[in-house]
Design a protein around this ligand. Structure first.
Ligand code: 4AD
Ligand code: MG
Length: 431
């Protein structure tokens, strides 16, 4: 074996003989030359094997390779402008690790259910690899942003005794003899953390037992939840604009190759920079009514409504000041108009829907107590949350960004099921 490297590192070894641990992605042959399409997780490279330059054993070993067979390939790195990775390998040796059985995911078209059943293998394919690589870069961009802004990362619990986002989508489980729920949102705990650390964020899995089977809903999804003391509604929106811009611009800078694999038209993404347009809920209702949608003040938007609103803008748009009655119990009413709350949903362009929900929080203990009653929430279970308003209450705000919807938007992927490695969907817990 020569020096062991990865495909991503090939550029540093032009002219040298190296060994790479790989899987065979595809193969074609022209009698005297075999072209091996190889992947190792860090990239794809073509291995070129010339019959009279290798031993007959090596030639035969390569001929026996099936799709997804595993092998160490040794060869000399050559620069090649036409190759997607910029290099190719003049193969000198092949050491087979395993000849793979008949691989179920062949280059032909497969139906979605089939691919979802084989998700554990599907993630090896070029498109899925590009998608999940961009997901990784988005996760890194999120941490970088908050780190630079001096936020502290705090991890809220996943097993919780209460609801944060309404009781209808609670994921019930047992906690020994008690009832427990998988976290719908870490927000309430992040509010406690903000009172201890000022600016905090969490980033973890959240769960909604939603009976909705749409292209935007997962049962288990990842949410980023910043929470900030002494920050009001207006300041909250400013931070969101800068945050989302940072994510998009980072992907445009670092993931050009992946965006090309996905054939993503990046024209609109390039326009993402502060400020983002804003419309109030009232204006949005009028706009929809003018377009012939059947919606009345006080009703929540459906996916087609959100898409129609987003179509008016080429950047993400904030819809602000929703009716108090259709939003979460903790949102602060607008002091000038208590029938609406100081909140905003951020709607992505091109029909990708709501990617952020956020608000200023109620800081008055008496009002919060009233809300527990109105929402029929068990007062005792929220005593700790009320304490946050008893001991040095302050104006504070925060938001939650859904990772998978953000990945779907940036990568131009229709359904969120492809934006998470192993999606949990209404009818899917396998693999
Ligand atoms: O709007 P949501 O429900 O807000 C909250 O949970 C707040 N507690 C956040 C906060 O202020 N700390 O959810 C936030 C985001 C949505 O905008 C959406 O992007 C995503 O989470 N989301 C989902 N993503 C995939 N599948 C689902 N079922 C989702 N539900 C929400
Ligand atoms: Mg929401």
């Amino acid at each position: 074996m020569a020096l062991k490297i990865t495909i991503a590192e090939a550029g540093r070894y032009v002219g040298q003989e190296v060994t790479i641990g790989t899987w065979l992605y595809n193969k074609r042959s022209s009698g005297k030359i075999q072209f091996l399409q190889l992947r190792d997780g860090t990239g794809f490279i073509q291995g070129v094997m010339v019959k009279n330059e290798v031993s007959p054993e090596v030639w035969e070993a390569a001929k026996a390779l099936t799709q997804e067979s595993s092998l160490y390939v040794t060869g000399v790195v050559r620069k090649d402008e036409r190759a997607p990775c910029g290099y190719e390998l003049s193969v000198t040796n092949v050491e087979v690790i395993q000849i793979a059985e008949n691989y179920p995911i062949t280059p032909k078209e497969h139906g979605t259910e089939f691919l979802m059943d084989h998700r554990h293998l599907w993630i090896r394919s070029k498109r899925q690899h590009a998608l999940l690589t961009i997901r990784h870069h988005i996760i890194q961009a999120i941490h970088d942003f908050f780190n630079k802004e001096n936020f502290i990362k705090v991890d809220p619990p996943i097993l919780t005794p209460t609801s944060a986002e309404g009781t209808t989508s609670l994921f019930h489980t047992k906690y020994f003899d008690e009832d427990a729920y998988l976290s719908q949102s870490g927000q309430l705990y992040m509010e406690a953390a903000a009172m201890a650390f000022g600016k905090v964020y969490s980033f973890g899995p959240t769960f909604r037992a939603e009976k909705s089977k749409t292209r935007r809903h997962l049962i288990e999804f990842w949410m980023v939840e910043p929470e900030m003391a002494f920050v009001d509604h207006e300041e909250n929106l400013k931070i969101q604009e800068h945050f989302v811009t940072h994510i998009v611009q980072t992907v445009l800078k670092n993931c050009q190759r992946e965006l090309e694999v996905l054939e993503r038209d990046t024209t609109l993404l390039e326009k993402v920079e502060p400020p983002f347009p804003r419309i109030t809920y009232d204006e949005a209702i009028r706009l929809l009514q003018d377009k012939g949608h059947h919606i009345k003040w006080g009703e929540d938007f459906g996916a087609p409504d959100e898409t129609a609103i987003a179509e008016q803008f080429d950047k993400p748009v904030f819809i602000t000041h929703y009716p108090t009655d259709i939003k979460a119990f903790y949102m602060k009413p607008d002091p000038e108009r208590p029938e609406v709350v100081l909140c905003a949903d951020l709607i992505a362009p091109e029909g990708y829907g709501e990617i952020i929900g956020g608000s200023q929080r109620i800081d008055d203990p008496a009002l919060l107590e009233k809300r527990f009653e109105q929402h029929q929430l068990p007062r005792e279970a929220y005593q700790w949350y009320l304490d946050l308003r008893r001991y040095g209450t302050v104006p504070h705000s925060g938001f939650g960004l859904g990772l998978e919807r953000t990945v779907a938007w940036i990568t131009g992927t229709k359904h969120v099921r492809e934006t998470i490695p192993f999606p949990r969907l209404l009818n899917r817990l396998y693999p």
